[in-house]
Structure formats: structure tokens, C-alpha cells
Design a protein around this ligand. Structure first.
Ligand code: GLY
Ligand code: MN
Ligand code: MN
Length: 421
């Protein structure tokens, strides 16, 4: 409220329910901004903030309790518990929005609201403001500015509080345990779907769900960056790339491990894995206060380029190879992203056209990889069809980077020991 300033009004809507097919809905997921400010997990709600000189007022419009409906769909919070348990100053039934909101817009000069998410509500808002315009001898201000709320909220969300970090630590730990479980379960003759099921099992018994559709890619499927079919057999001698994270109380984790289906890395697999691991460890070590965001990617790219030059996958002069982006044939994505309530979390990567400088409290992923497509005849046969990525979640601190997902091994001998155990 102090960022929005006196004289403003902040309007933030809950996510809508969405139909999957016929009369079946997708599982409801609250809007991340709404969750951030309220912790409230029901649809059909709107948060209103009225900043004032001292403090200000918070109002939640939500569904009123309805015993009949609750017999079908389970308990609802209702307006009383919204105040008692969620700490808003006032709460009203969402059915009273049309009656009450115009009053609340009185004498407000600026509306913080994300236009375009709910066209129907946008129309109503503009309708209420226009109704004021028609009033003769008006003695109050009407809003003449609608400002994107994301500007304020997303900068706040980029910096995680102590409470958020403690949830993210737990989210990282559960995802790491699920990945270890996947490694232990993995064996030739199973299917990618078996591994997918192991992950989801571990999430669910810990009150989590997948933060995004898991990627379980055996053999050359690992070279498809957004592979999610997860229905192919696991062949002896191939690698398996698993990119899977969970969501705990709204907070995502995001881990990738690549491991041998039969529990033993082959020589060519080791050669490539070594490079990706070195790139990942060097990039993690660069996650320090004061480091520009872009430097993290550069560190990874240099390590990957060095490794691929040494193996003869890339050719020529090191500086030229980096300058010309030769690595891009085998490493198509960036080295990481912000992590939080969204897997690809909000927050600007650039400020005034310059790379953002890392500060304590930011959380990001580090996820370099090498992907050699099976039909890439420029590369020696022994590496074709290999896709390797290693991904961890890292907190920027005043000191050493804190890795949230280090409970699952990534050194080759440790992976082999776990899988043999
Ligand atoms: N799983 C999505 C990502 O790694 O960015
Ligand atoms: Mn990621
Ligand atoms: Mn990932």
C-alpha cells in the first residue's frame, strides 16, 4: 500500500475456474499475485486495498458460506473467516461487488489493476468510472489513471522473505527426495511413465503437486526440450533426463537430473556429463551478490564451449567459438530463470537496459545442458542422441550461494551408488 500511495485503490482478482471438458473443471490454481497478497485459495474473490496516510484498509470480496453447496464441494471460507483467519480488515460477499465497488472508487485518483486478464471485469470497472463522469456538480475525485499492478508486485515477489525461503527450502527438499526416488526406481524394461508416477507419488504424499508437467525423456527424447509425452520404454544403455519440480503452498521447485537407465554411465556419456556438471558448478559458484544476471549464463557458456572444444565437438579458436555462439547448436536455452510462486517467476532480468545485478533474497535456477540430436552427423557417432541437463535451485545470499535442491546427487559416482543401493 505504501508503494501504491495515498489516494490509490488496488484491485486484484482471484483466478477464474476453467473448464477442462464438458462439466469437468481443471484443478483450481490461485493466481500467483493473489496468492502472494492473500494466501486465499478460492476462486470468485477480489482483493481491494485502500492506502491511506497511516496504514490503510484491506477488503476481501469472496463467496459467502453456503451449507448446501458445501455438501457438494467441501468447506468454503466465507466472509467471517476471511477477516478472522486471513487478516483482511473487512470482507463482503462477492455478489455485492457491483454495489460496493463504485463507493470505494470515490475520491481515488489512481487505480492499480491488471487490465486484460478479465475483460468482463475491465468493462464493469470502466462502466463505474464513466457513471461518475455523468454526475452533475460532482464533489469528489474520480480515477483518471489505471496502472499495471504487476509493476509493484513483481518487484516485491522477486525478493523472497524469510517465510517464503523456508517454504522454498521444503519444496526443494521434497522435489529432491522425489528425484532420488525416481533414480532408485529406474530400470531397463520400465517405461518413462513409471518414473513420472514415482515423482507424483512422492509429491502427493507430501501435500504437493507438480509445479509443471514433468519431463521424463529417455534416450534421444532428452533432446526435445519440452518433451512431456512420457510414455516410451526405458532402454538398457540409454540415459534418462528428468526435469520435475513440485509446488508446496504455491512455491515451485525445479530440478533436472540425467542418469543412466541401467545405473552405470558409459564412457561417451561420462565425457559429456563431465562438461555439463562443470558448467553447472561454476555457474552456481557465480551466484553472488553484485554479479550481473548475464554473467551467470556467460560462465556456463564458456565452460560448455571449453569442454566441447576439448572433445572435438566444436572446432577452432575459443574466443571465436564463444563470439560466434557455436555452442548454440547444442545448447539452445538460457542458464536459468527466477523461481518462486511461478516456475518461471516474475521479476525483470534487465533494469534500464542493463543486466540486473543479483541481490540477496533472489532465487534462481541454474540449468546448463548439452543436446546432440541423433541425426547430427557433424558430431562423432558415440555422442549422438545424448541429451544432458543438470538443474538446481539457488538462493542469492550475502555469502555463499544456498542450493535448495542438493539432497539429490549429481556427481556420477554418487548417482551410481544411489542407483546400486
Ligand atoms: N522445467 C522448466 C524449466 O526448467 O525451466
Ligand atoms: Mn528451470
Ligand atoms: Mn526444469
Amino acid at each position: 500500500m505504501s508503494m501504491a500511495g495515498e489516494g490509490s485503490i488496488v484491485l486484484l482478482a482471484a483466478a477464474p475456474e476453467r473448464i477442462r471438458n464438458s462439466d469437468v473443471h481443471y484443478r483450481f490454481r490461485q493466481d500467483s499475485d493473489f496468492l502472494y497478497l492473500t494466501g486465499f485459495k478460492e476462486p470468485e474473490a477480489m482483493l481491494v486495498l485502500l492506502p491511506e496516510k497511516k496504514g490503510g484498509r484491506s477488503i476481501l470480496f469472496c463467496r459467502e458460506k453456503d451449507p448446501k453447496k458445501e455438501m457438494w464441494d467441501g468447506a468454503m471460507t466465507g466472509t467471517k473467516a476471511a477477516v478472522d483467519e486471513y487478516g483482511v480488515d473487512e470482507a463482503y460477499p462477492v455478489t455485492e461487488l457491483d454495489r460496493r465497488l463504485p463507493e470505494l472508487l470515490h475520491d481515488r485518483v489512481r487505480v492499480f489493476h491488471d487490465l486484460g486478464h478479465d475483460i468482463d471485469f475491465d468493462h464493469r470497472l470502466i462502466g463505474w468510472i464513466n457513471d461518475f463522469r455523468g454526475k452533475p456538480r460532482r464533489t469528489f475525485h474520480i480515477p483518471d489513471e489505471i496502472v499495471d499492478l504487476g509493476h509493484l508486485l513483481h518487484e516485491m515477489r522477486l525478493f523472497k522473505s524469510r517465510g517464503e525461503l523456508s517454504v522454498m527450502r521444503r519444496s526443494g527438499r521434497i522435489a529432491a527426495n522425489a528425484m532420488s526416488r525416481a533414480m532408485r526406481a529406474c530400470a531397463p524394461g520400465l517405461n518413462e511413465a513409471n518414473i513420472h508416477a514415482e515423482l507424483v507419488h512422492e509429491y502427493m504424499i507430501n501435500q504437493c503437486e507438480p509445479a509443471y508437467p514433468p519431463i521424463v525423456g529417455a534416450g534421444a527424447n532428452a533432446c526435445v526440450l519440452h518433451y512431456t509425452a512420457n510414455n516410451q520404454p526405458l532402454a538398457d544403455g540409454d540415459l534418462l533426463l528428468v526435469d520435475a519440480g513440485c509446488e508446496l503452498d504455491g512455491y515451485a521447485s525445479d530440478i533436472t537430473r540425467t542418469f543412466p537407465i541401467n545405473g552405470r554411465f558409459t564412457g561417451p556419456q561420462r565425457e559429456l556429463y563431465e562438461i555439463v556438471l562443470a558448467a553447472q558448478e561454476q555457474a552456481i559458484d557465480a551466484v553472488r551478490e553484485g554479479t550481473p544476471w548475464d554473467d551467470i549464463h556467460d560462465v556456463a557458456v564458456e565452460a560448455l564451449t571449453d569442454g566441447m572444444l576439448a572433445l572435438g565437438i566444436l572446432h577452432g579458436d575459443r574466443e571465436d567459438a564463444i563470439e560466434q555462439g557455436l555452442f548454440e547448436n547444442y545448447y539452445l536455452h538460457k542458464t536459468g530463470h527466477w523461481l518462486g510462486l511461478d516456475t518461471h517467476d516474475v521479476g525483470d532480468y534487465q533494469v534500464d537496459g542493463h543486466s540486473r545485478i543479483l541481490e540477496a533474497g533472489m532465487v534462481l535456477t541454474i540449468e546448463p545442458g548439452i543436446y546432440i540430436r541423433p541425426d547430427d552427423t557433424r558430431v562423432d557417432k558415440r555422442w549422438r542422441g545424448l541429451g544432458i541437463r543438470i538443474e538446481d535451485d539457488v538462493v542469492v545470499t550475502r555469502d555463499e550461494p544456498e542450493v535448495l535442491t542438493n539432497r539429490v546427487p549429481k556427481a556420477m559416482d554418487e548417482i551410481e551408488a544411489l542407483m546400486a543401493g
